[in-house]
Design a protein around this ligand. Structure first.
Ligand SMILES: O=C([C@H](O)CO)[C@H](O)[C@H](O)COP(=O)(O)O
Length: 210
């Protein structure tokens, strides 16, 4: 089980400083959608240059022009690129094919997909690397969480890895671990804490213990 730190509400220098604090405890650093919107793919390159031993995920939430956008993110240094599960199958296929050429991976974000089970099965057959259940900020604010959706995709997915994101914190982590995803994504649960390294270390310990 891997741990991904999601950076969303920071600029590049602050993001790099934050990752320095928690680097020993994480496997993947995510350049979140708000950072990509604010700073562009330069943020992906800056993070990969600063931490060549960490995997970098570019959270582009691609909806169209999948092949082109995966190509650009991969050229900037992304190891993993996100596409929305609600996208056309042709877009998903474009992402998968381009990622294979580039040596990168595709993570599908299931945010706002209504029939999670059916779509996860289709995406699995399309050959995506990860399928991620995700309660976005707006859903979190309304009290939603991604735990039930994780159990749903775990019951249908055969080949893709599974991932969970959306408001996961130290207190709720055991519920995520119980469902045994391949990847746990934590943003505010680390970046919003005073003792970021301490919390990241505790999260890593819990994940290691399983
Ligand atoms: O993808 C995300 C969100 O849509 C903003 O871009 C976050 O990275 C994801 O939700 C993880 O962050 P937390 O919910 O703060 O753990």
């Amino acid at each position: 089980m891997e741990l991904q730190l999601a950076l969303d509400l920071v600029n590049i220098p602050d993001g790099i400083a934050l990752v320095k604090e928690v680097e020993p405890f994480i496997d993947i650093v995510e350049i979140g959608t708000p950072i990509v919107i604010n700073e562009g793919l330069h943020a992906v390159k800056a993070m990969k240059d600063a931490f060549p031993n960490l995997k970098v995920l570019a959270d582009l939430k691609i909806m169209d022009a999948g092949g082109y956008e995966v190509m650009k993110a991969s050229e900037a240094g992304a190891d993993i690129v996100t596409v929305l599960g609600a996208s056309n199958d042709l877009t998903i296929k474009g992402c998968v094919d381009e990622a294979k050429k580039q040596g990168s991976k595709v993570l599908v974000d299931m945010i706002n997909v209504k029939d999670i089970a059916t779509r996860a099965k289709e995406l699995d057959e399309l050959g995506v690397d990860y399928i991620c259940v995700h309660t976005g900020y707006d859903g979190q604010a309304a009290g939603q969480n991604p735990f039930e959706d994780l159990a749903t995709i775990k019951s249908v997915v055969k080949n893709s890895k599974t991932a969970i994101a959306g408001g996961i914190k130290l207190e709720t982590l055991p519920e995520a671990i119980k469902a045994n995803p391949d990847l746990i994504i934590v943003g505010g649960g680390i970046t919003g804490q005073d003792d970021k390294a301490g919390v990241a270390s505790q999260i890593r310990d819990l994940i290691t213990k399983g």
